[in-house]
Write a protein that binds this ligand. Structure first.
Ligand code: GLU
Length: 309
């Protein structure tokens, strides 16, 4: 059994990231499993090594240890390129010259995650058209998709997507040369022998794309277990609870570490995850002994106004 932490070092960790890290760790450790740490720092504009280093210190502070890594996705471009070359050799990859504005104008909004279903505009370009367009701008690379993907999520049960209808041909490498999350995450979890992926349910709708890539790349897929999102109660009247983001200063680990000891943070998160009857201080080690998936709620969790108080 091999689990993983896969944070994107684009800022200090917040409660939502921590919740995923804690549950991944508890699930793996309660099954006697190993943990891998992989920094998802593909995007040089949004991520930094310094944030990655800080995330490691925060995980250590909370008592969430790992056996292998850190791997940095920024070091693994050669491997992602080889994966892409294998897909391209099978005629499954094509260049896409659509601008962001064109994509927004011409494509149906995605039902589940706010992304766009790609219309396939560049799918049928002739070699001559590609050559002419390449002189104007560098293309993104897209994967042709076909058929349905089904799987059973460890927490939310059966899930199915018709890839053509629900997502469309998706990007493997952006026009600026940055490899896409979908390709890197499947290529890495597969190559690193990860057997269980625990992450926020905002990524549930990405899982079919990843399963499709596992199959094409001949990699063995892990079990997927998605978890509820932590939401911030909105202050304004009539406003819906909203997702935590790195902009929520109070939810950042820097602010939390000033107010709470490690075991208080772990205990409160464990309480939200249904593992404790009261939000009392406890070590992650202690929690792993009694961890039960069946107690983790399925509904998203709305944090009180001052988050952990
Ligand atoms: N790096 C992603 C994030 O921090 C997680 C990806 C995953 O768990 O598959 O949101």
């Amino acid at each position: 059994m091999v689990g993983r932490f896969a944070p994107s070092p684009s800022g200090r960790m917040h409660l939502g990231n921590l919740f995923s890290c804690l549950l991944s760790w508890l699930s793996a450790r309660s099954q006697g499993g190993r943990m891998i740490l992989r920094m998802e720092n593909l995007d040089p504009q949004r991520t930094s090594r310094a944030y990655g280093e800080q995330i490691m210190r925060d995980l250590e502070f909370l008592g969430l240890d790992w056996d292998e890594g850190p791997y940095w996705q920024s070091d693994r471009g050669g491997y992602y390129q080889r994966c892409l070359d294998r897909l391209a050799a099978r005629g499954l990859v094509y260049p896409c010259f659509c601008s962001r504005a064109e994509l927004h104008a011409a494509n149906a909004p995605h039902a589940s995650d706010g992304e766009y279903v790609y219309s396939g505009k560049c799918r049928g370009l002739s070699p001559g058209e590609v050559e002419a367009l390449e002189k104007k701008r560098p293309p993104a690379l897209r994967l042709r998709v076909r058929g349905k993907e089904r799987f059973t999520d460890g927490h939310y049960g059966p899930y199915e997507q018709d890839l053509e209808r629900d997502c469309g041909d998706f990007i493997l490498r952006r026009s600026d040369g940055v490899f896409a999350y979908q390709l890197a995450v499947a290529a890495d979890d597969g190559a690193m022998g990860v057997t269980e992926v625990v992450r926020g349910r905002d990524l549930l709708s990405s899982t079919p794309r990843q399963l499709y890539l596992y199959r094409l790349l001949g990699l063995r897929p892990p079990a997927f277990v998605h978890i509820p999102m932590l939401l911030a109660a909105e202050a304004g009247p009539g406003e819906a609870p909203r997702r935590l983001s790195k902009r929520d200063q109070d939810a950042g680990l820097d602010a939390l570490r000033e107010r709470f000891a490690a075991e208080e943070i772990v205990g409160r998160l464990a309480y939200l995850a249904g593992q404790l009857d009261r939000p009392e201080a406890v070590s992650a080690q202690e929690l792993a002994k009694g961890f039960q998936w069946s107690k983790v709620p399925k509904e998203d969790i709305i944090l009180p106004g001052d988050l952990l108080a």
